[in-house]
Structures are given as C-alpha cells and as structure tokens.
Write a protein that binds this ligand. Structure first.
Ligand code: SF4
Length: 208
C-alpha cells in the first residue's frame, strides 16, 4: 500500500475523482491478491514455484512448428508436485465458463509446461500440468466461493492436445498464407477496431 501511495500521483487521470476511484480499485485488487496468495498456501497447500517466469518453447502444430515465447505471471506447485499456471487479470470483464475451457492463452501455457517450459523451476523435471487459472483481481468471487474479498478464479483443466494443437495449426496456416479475415464474436463488444473492421457494418467501407 505504501508503494501504491508513492507511485500513484505520477499516473495521469482525467479528473481527481477518477484518480480516487481507481486508487480504491487498486487497493481492493491488492487486498484480493494478498488473500488469494495466503489461501493458496494455507488452504490449498500449494507453493509458489515461479513468478514472472519467462519461457521459450517450440510446439508441434500439425505440419508446422511454432516457437512461443512469453511470461507466466505465476506458477504454483500443488500438493502432488504438479504445476498450474496462473494469469492475473485486471480487466472488468471475465469470460464465460465454456470460454475458459477453451481459453487459448491458458491452453498454450499448459502445452508449454508439457514441452518443458517449467523444467528449470521444477528441479529439471517436466511436471504434469494440473490446469491453469485466470485470477481476476478486479472482480470479487461469487458468495459461495468466498465473496467480494477474494478474487474471482476460473480454472481450465489440463487440455486435450487435439483442439489446442488444431487451433495453433490453424493460426500458423493463417499467418503463412496471410489469411487475416476477421472473425466476429463476443470479443467484438470491446474492440477498438470496430470502425475499421471489414466484418462490421461500420467498417465495411474499408473493403468496398
Ligand atoms: S470488431 Fe472485427 S477486429 Fe474487432 S474483434 Fe470483432 S472481428 Fe475482430
């Protein structure tokens, strides 16, 4: 909280009331993070294996090989020695349950774990993946999961390689063939490119 106080005034806001409101939100998010952190250890018996963990792996995707580099916000080791990757979110929206099950970012993290992305954090062995989680620091958990003082947590079970492998192969094929046709969906609601997106009525003049 002291650190938050010391850096806050350097951030630009449109109005003083907005700054105060966002600072309250930031405090709430930090408090949720701290409760989540202690519950992971004290209630679920997991330990922190890594944080801000950089990785660089090559994954097989159909006829292609894809190099993936990134950073895992946090990696926990569960009481059976398995790994689960945690991605902290600070947005105001969260995906639906079915969307989490097929959340590409979480699934790619889990494939990366199977491909050795965490070996250095697990004494040189490749841990089994126990799933991956979105932890929404800005959103309180439902009452039956602890209520507003805790973050909303969504978990993806270990993925079957088929669908995520297929998705990666499709993505690689699109990049190599330069097929960039936009695909509409719920993700369009908050998209900043609607006005220039050929799949939306307001952006159609781009290609007409
Ligand atoms: S509006 Fe167009 S660019 Fe934006 S998310 Fe939807 S399909 Fe993609």
């Amino acid at each position: 909280m002291a650190r938050l106080d010391s850096v806050w005034d350097a951030l630009a806001f449109d109005a003083p009331w907005k700054s105060r409101q966002e600072k309250e939100n930031a405090r709430d998010a930090l408090e949720r993070f701290l409760r989540w952190h202690t519950d992971e250890r004290d209630i679920r018996g997991s330990t922190t294996a890594a944080s801000e963990h950089d990785f660089d792996v090559t994954l097989d995707a159909g006829p292609h090989q894809i190099r993936i580099r990134g950073t895992m916000d946090r990696v926990q080791r569960d009481d059976q020695g398995r790994a689960y990757v945690v991605d902290f979110k600070t947005g105001k929206q969260k995906p639906t349950g079915p969307d989490v099950e097929h959340h590409p970012q979480l699934a790619v993290y889990q494939l990366a774990v199977r491909q050795g992305a965490l070996d250095d954090a697990f004494d040189g062995r490749t841990p089994d993946t126990a799933g991956a989680q979105l932890v929404h620091l800005r959103l309180g958990a439902p009452r039956k999961e602890g209520g507003d003082a805790l973050p909303a947590v969504q978990t993806q079970p270990p993925p079957d390689d088929t669908w995520i492998g297929g998705l990666l192969a499709e993505a690689a094929g699109r990049v190599l063939d330069e097929r960039f046709t936009p695909t509409t969906g719920t993700h369009c609601t908050h998209c900043a490119f609607r006005a220039s997106c050929s799949a939306q009525p307001e952006g159609r003049q781009i290609i007409e």
